[in-house]
Design a protein. Structure first.
Length: 183
């Protein structure tokens, strides 16, 4: 059986799930889980930082990509409910990932992990903007030049980030805000 990058990332994630104190990179531990030498891992990753960046990207992808039902992207309230369920899933599968690791990257300007995290955040924010523009249930008078879909998406995303920090995965308040503001 030939080792694949996905095997390495899976081994790294399994090791991280057992730890609550951080996403630490131990090439030897990952190599051991893959039953290969540390040198073999370096055939796939130039550095620990590269492995960490790809690990972070794979965790964000597992949490937020590929919904079971594409309909969640047609309705703002359904999308927010889905995001909050995924936040809860992410916290269960990767304890401490949101609060300890993701926000820790904000102070380090040069990490690949930060870049990949910000790409995921941008994807979520752009998705919210698209949904706000296309949800047929939104009242036609809600958005104008003074109050745009982008501004409201920024507000929603800020509330999502606060939920990550607080580990509060109950969307009822944000859903009430959506219903009273948009519908």
């Amino acid at each position: 059986m030939q080792l694949q990058k996905e095997d390495i990332l899976a081994a790294k994630q399994r090791a991280d799930q057992r730890k609550t104190d951080g996403l630490h990179v131990s090439i030897r531990a990952v190599a051991s889980r893959c039953s290969v030498s540390a040198g073999t891992i370096y055939n796939y990753y130039e550095s620990k930082a590269d492995l960490l960046g790809d690990t972070i990207e794979s965790i964000w992808r597992e949490i937020f990509f590929n919904p079971e039902d594409e309909q969640v992207f047609k309705d703002v309230a359904a999308c927010i409910s889905w995001i909050y369920k995924r936040l809860e899933y992410g916290n269960e599968q990767f304890p401490g990932f949101f609060s300890l690791h993701s926000f820790g990257f904000m102070k380090d300007e040069k990490t690949d992990g930060k870049k990949k995290m910000l790409q995921t955040w941008g994807h979520i924010l752009n998705g919210l903007c698209d949904i706000l523009k296309n949800d047929p249930k939104i009242r036609p008078d809600v958005f104008d030049e003074q109050f745009t879909e982008k501004q409201f998406a920024d507000i929603l995303f800020s509330l999502i980030l606060v939920s990550m920090i607080r580990q509060d995965y109950n969307p009822s308040s944000i859903l009430m805000l959506i219903n009273k503001t948009l519908y």
